[in-house]
Design a protein around this ligand. Structure first.
Ligand SMILES: [Zn+2]
Ligand SMILES: [Zn+2]
Length: 623
């Protein structure tokens, strides 16, 4: 169905003045007030026929002038909703209401929204703001708003490219592995059909020699790239995306909202570190370009991204906003599932989604797919952490926990809100580094947390805002925390003790046997964390005067096992068993060579399915 046909199928009173696309959605602007308010109900049949969302927006002719609209809104919006800002985007006919309680802005069964529409004839949207909000979330939202005019054209152009028509095509599907095969790092898959060229993840590597994904592969050309889909914010999946914009890419990057914000934060952090060390991969301008070109999806939302590819993102249980990508090619031609990083046993998220109707080929991560990879049960981690805290309190010491800012820190926070009150331990928990800002992002997007946590948060008890948590931001505050009498828990970045505020705590506390250093995450080879964990007895540290000196480690060093961001061997098998679809082919990536291969041959024997472990630069024709 083309545009004219579609317009012919509309009711006679539609009075459409403008036809546009907003990405994959069709947007109709109407000057009929009634059709703006009620028209959606009349289009159900048409929507199911063209399999696209149709959004009815107000034409300028019926939109109430901004000043008047603001007056009306003052009266309509509930006082206790905590409205902080109202933004007008006349090019879209949208208003964005930023409020602390979005639920009250929408109203019971949407009645406040309805009232807004029929009073001012603008389309209302709501964004959650939190007290002391995340700087990054605000900045990303502002960029999207500042660029509204650009985005109107950008989204319309994408829509035109995707088009309404899916005519018959000669079909083939080919997948190239441009990074993250037989390694953990620089994840990058390139999917081509006759119509489309799409990247799934574009991350940076962890070792210094193998940083870039293989975007110099002959089949890849930045100028013909149609779309990028980012599974989650970790830089081994997202870190190279701004580089594409640096070199002229102007297309969309699809992800969930939290992924957009957290990857921005991590990219900026990487940029700062690289700037200190020499040459960064890209300028901050390219990070801004990435935000400007972002299209965000909710879980379960079906979205056409090219003329013949349709994606759905589903929960991966790994970090906030992390997703698995289901790709549907052609009209029922072929289905691919790319898991990204998955977890089945998080404190914060529901286990990775396993309900998929059709999957022919699946690409599964295998970080902990080795025969020996077994994460102890969650209860063990909780008990061990509690034990460590109790023992340290007995010595009147403090527990220092090095942690990543994203994910691990929030899991620890959740565990602490569970175990400390129960054990009647009342000590402060200090959060240092980016942890606070990242935690705020979790509070901003509660719909991406587990159902159980969401329920808690809607009942107004947000564990992340428990009174035990204190923010540490300045050097002085850090010194106070270190010198304070009495026990406390300190969670500080970086997770592998190779920089960040954790260094300050170690410098001042490691020669005092009252304290405990508790590792809660993986310590990569070569990091200081790894060396300390393996029993190093003294470490070189700069003193306050900038001189290197060896200081003995007298504080207790312990490792709490059982807290993992990835499914272990059993978890991966459980995931494959639970999967409702029956893939014909399973390929493993995102794992050390030996682990991926071992898991691949196990899964092949156990489930009688074709499996393989591609190498970087391999390409396979799927159909
Ligand atoms: Zn990850
Ligand atoms: Zn990863």
């Amino acid at each position: 169905m083309d545009k004219n046909e579609l317009l012919e199928h509309l009711p006679s009173d539609a009075m459409i003045t403008k036809f546009a696309f907003e990405g994959a959605d069709v947007v109709l602007y109407t000057k009929n007030k009634n059709f703006f308010l009620e028209g959606g109900a009349k289009l159900k049949e048409l929507i199911s026929k063209i399999r696209k969302r149709i959004i009815i927006m107000p034409d300028e002719l019926i939109m109430c002038p901004e000043k008047q609209a603001r007056e009306h809104l003052k009266k309509i919006l509930p006082k206790d909703a905590g409205v902080e800002d109202i933004l007008f985007e006349p090019e879209f006919g949208k208003i964005i209401i930023r409020a602390q309680k979005p639920g009250l802005i929408i109203g019971k069964s949407g009645d406040v929204f309805k009232k807004i529409k029929k009073t001012i004839f603008w389309m209302p949207y709501v964004q959650r703001v939190t007290k002391d909000a995340s700087v990054i979330v605000n900045r990303a939202r502002d960029i999207v708003h500042e660029e509204a005019k650009y985005r109107y054209k950008f989204l319309n152009d994408i829509g035109k490219k995707i088009q309404l028509n899916k005519g018959p095509k000669k079909e083939w599907v080919r997948m190239s592995f441009l990074g993250g095969s037989r390694e953990v790092g620089r994840s990058c898959l390139f999917l081509q059909t006759k119509e489309s060229r799409v990247l799934f993840d574009c991350g940076v590597g962890q070792s210094t020699e193998e940083v870039n994904p293989f975007i110099d592969a002959p089949e890849f050309d930045i100028d013909t790239l149609d779309a990028v889909v980012v599974s989650h914010a970790h830089i081994d999946h997202s870190g190279f995306v701004p580089y594409l914009y640096e070199y002229g890419y102007k297309g969309p990057v699809y992800s969930t909202l939290p992924t957009r914000d957290i990857m921005t934060l991590l990219q900026l952090d990487m940029f700062d570190i690289q700037k200190k060390e020499g040459k960064p991969f890209y300028s901050t301008k390219s990070i801004r370009e990435q935000i400007k070109h972002s299209i965000t999806l909710e879980y379960d939302e079906v979205c056409d991204i090219t003329g013949d590819m349709r994606i759905v993102l589903q929960n991966a249980g790994h970090i906030l906003g992390s997703s698995q990508t289901h790709v549907h090619i052609g009209e029922g031609l072929y289905n691919i599932l790319y898991t990204g990083d998955i977890n089945m046993t998080s404190w914060m998220f529901d286990p990775a989604h396993t309900h998929f109707n059709r999957v022919e080929t699946m690409i599964v991560e295998s970080t902990y797919g080795g025969r020996q990879d077994e994460t102890p049960p969650k209860e063990n981690a909780e008990e061990n952490l509690l034990h460590v805290i109790k023992e340290t309190i007995k010595k009147k010491g403090k527990v220092v926990i090095p942690s990543f800012a994203v994910g691990r820190a929030q899991e620890i926070m959740l565990i602490l809100t569970k175990i400390l009150p129960k054990a009647k331990i009342d000590i402060p928990v200090y959060l240092d580094g980016m942890i606070w800002d990242v935690t705020k992002i979790h509070i901003t997007y509660p719909e991406f947390l587990s159902k159980k946590l969401q329920e808690k948060m809607f009942k107004n008890s947000t564990p992340f805002e428990h009174e035990m948590f204190r923010k540490v931001q300045t050097r002085n505050q850090r010194e106070d925390v270190i010198n304070e009498g009495g026990s406390s828990v300190i969670i500080a970045t970086s997770g592998m003790v190779n920089g960040g505020p954790i260094m300050e705590y170690l410098r001042n506390m490691m020669d005092d046997e009252r304290h405990t250093l508790a590792f809660v995450g993986y310590q990569a080879d070569g990091t200081l964390g790894n060396k300390i964990q393996s029993g190093l007895s003294e470490i070189p540290m700069e003193d306050k005067g900038g001189n290197m000196k060896y200081t003995p480690i007298k504080m207790d060093v312990v490792t709490i096992r059982g807290i993992s961001g990835h499914a272990d061997r059993n978890g991966l098998c459980r995931y494959i068993e639970k999967l409702t679809a029956n893939p014909k082919k399973i390929m493993f990536n995102h794992g050390e060579r030996g682990k991926s291969i071992n898991l691949s041959s196990f899964v092949h024997k156990e489930y009688n399915v074709e499996t393989s472990v591609p190498k970087n630069l391999d390409a396979v024709r799927l159909i």
